[in-house]
Design a protein around this ligand. Structure first.
Ligand code: AHR
Ligand code: AHR
Length: 543
């Protein structure tokens, strides 16, 4: 032994066997030490890697809005055609929708569903997609370089929403479309007066409207790639006109202003401010998007990238507060994080995309475990920021950067599907602030960040849901949960883990990345074992 110190990292039993005395134990953290003859006082604290979450029901970010568990279905690649809609499939129901795809998506229990784009919407005229299918035009589609047959449109989508329980969230075309066309769409879906537009809907068989409560004023209008891209000032003026008319048609709808699509864009935050100022009191939400990537193929760094989401939320939130302050208004816009995911392998920067093919295999990203861990971090951030993030939509749901892939009549659940499924049944309640006591890991962009990224939801029926991503690539962590000293009884615990973070679910190995029951020690303060690079979701009863 060098001097009085000896480094040991071992379970308590093993330390006791060495003659070391356990001085203090707090959860899984063990401080050991002993006196050496001649030495004054020698000790060291070396522990099983332990982390504690300190929670209190009075320290919270308010109710988690169920709409943060939303999805996004765009007319893009094989998301609609060959994804949810494929009358030629042997899995097609009487509406032409794929029963197997819808069953898999039902497992994820999406709340809101954003539609029909995305970049697509900026060259989409909704009237092309209603009325008798045989008379609908086949159009050249410019955003993704394909054709749009219009055999799936507003009524097909709204019918699907009724059958799945998704609440529709529409984006209007502020690229090639006009404010009037946007207001007419609201009339078509939500109108109850006997007008020419509502009669058209009724002649299609929908006498009672399927109300669309939430509308996006364009998509990514700050992006130079967007069809009809204009300056923030021009956008603000157009969006305000559209908002005004749309709310005259149905004052109960809520509106999402198109905010910054990529924080890399030079207009980041300025765009949001200008657009929000122009839309003024019509703005209920501002949209923001983020796609994280692992270009550098560095797992340790990638697993810290969820910190980018917290930063983006904080920055957009600051703009929302600033704009409300300048308006001397107590009513502030909230955040709709209406596109988020990991996306880089299939991100085409050349702009050629489908090259005329239909339906084209576009951006069919194959995900691995580490992508799933980053996806989980997006949702953890939304939960933690429940006071400002009210809507969020994973982009997308099938085939296009999606949890579900199809190949002919076959279907694959990707690694990110597993992560999303762990939130189902565990997401109602109040988001508790997580008092974190534990180690850090270095992040290239964010300094040191918590080794365990966490979130907690306290359910009305006295259940506590805990989420934890262990960002360490090599260390197991023991996580102790302390809810103001309350007795907690573990009801369920799922862990998503594999020894190789690059593992993917493939057609040959569809179950390579699957959640399994986790290991925990029960007690008044349960201790959960988090393997390296893993995601854990647990539910415990509170008494
Ligand atoms: O989700 C794919 C695309 O990503 C969307 O069409 C666009 O809004 C974003 O750039
Ligand atoms: O070039 C089109 C685009 O690809 C946008 O959707 C952008 O988000 C992505 O880089």
């Amino acid at each position: 032994m060098a001097g009085a110190f000896e480094e040991k990292s071992a379970p308590k039993e093993a330390l006791a066997a060495t003659g070391f005395e356990v001085i203090q134990q707090r959860g899984a953290a063990i401080t050991t030490g002993h006196f050496e003859p001649g030495a004054r006082f020698a000790y060291y604290a070396h522990t099983v890697n332990s982390v504690s979450f300190y929670l209190h029901s009075h320290h919270n970010a308010g109710p988690v809005d169920p709409r943060i568990f939303g999805g996004f279905l765009e007319h893009m690649g094989r998301a609609v055609y060959e994804g949810v809609f494929d009358p030629s499939s042997r899995h097609a129901d009487k509406f032409g929708c794929r029963i197997d795809v819808l069953a898999a998506l039902a497992e994820l229990d999406f709340t809101v569903m954003r539609y029909p784009g995305g970049n697509f919407v900026s060259n989409y005229h909704w009237r092309d997609g209603v009325g008798p299918v045989e008379t609908r035009p086949i159009r050249r589609e410019l955003a993704w370089g394909t054709i749009e047959p219009n055999s799936f449109g507003t009524d097909e989508f709204l019918g699907l929403c009724e059958r799945t329980g998704w609440s529709p969230m529409f984006s209007v075309n502020l690229g090639t479309g006009s404010p009037e066309e946007a207001a007419d769409w609201v009339e078509y879906t939500n109108g109850v007066l006997g007008t020419d537009i509502t009669r058209k809907r009724q002649s299609g068989g929908n006498s009672v409207p399927t109300r669309v409560p939430l509308w996006c004023l364009g998509n990514e209008m700050d992006g130079p790639w967007q069809i009809g891209h204009i300056s923030a000032a021009e956008y603000g003026s157009k969006a305000r006109q559209a908002a005004h008319m749309m709310k005259l048609v149905d004052p109960s709808i809520e509106l999402v202003v198109s905010g910054t699509s990529l924080p890399d864009n030079t207009t980041y935050l300025d765009w949001d401010r200008e657009a929000l100022e122009a839309v003024g009191g019509f703005a209920d939400y501002v949209s923001t998007h983020r796609y994280l990537d692992n270009w550098s193929n560095d797992t340790a760094a990638f697993l810290t990238s969820g910190a980018a989401v917290d930063r983006q939320i904080a920055e957009i939130d600051a703009v929302c507060r600033y704009v409300a302050g300048r308006r001397r208004s107590g009513r502030r816009p909230f955040i709709a994080f209406d596109e988020w995911n990991v996306w880089y392998r299939t991100r085409n920067r050349s702009g050629t995309w489908a090259d005329g093919a239909f339906p084209a295999h576009l951006v069919e990203e194959v995900y691995d475990l580490q992508d799933a861990l980053v996806c989980a971090q997006f949702l953890l951030s939304f939960i933690r920021n429940a006071h400002v993030v009210k809507i969020a939509n994973i982009a997308q749901i099938v085939n296009v950067i999606a949890p579900v892939l199809t190949d002919g009549d076959n279907l694959l659940r990707q690694s990110i599907f597993e992560a999303l499924s762990m939130f189902v049944g565990r997401r109602r309640g109040i988001s508790l602030h997580v008092g974190y006591d534990g180690g850090q890991v270095p992040s290239p962009d964010f300094g040191d960040v918590a080794m365990v990224d966490g979130a907690a939801i306290l359910d009305v029926n006295h259940e506590l849901h805990i989420y934890a991503v262990n960002r360490s690539v090599d260390e197991t962590v023991e996580l102790e949960i302390n809810l103001a000293g309350a007795d907690l009884d573990m009801l369920s615990m799922d862990v998503l883990h594999h020894s190789d973070p690059a593992t993917q679910n493939t057609w040959e190995a569809p179950n390579a990345v699957k959640r399994v029951p986790g290991e925990m020690s029960n007690g008044p303060q349960p201790v959960m074992k988090l393997p390296p690079h893993s995601f854990t979701a647990a539910t415990m009863s509170v008494s």
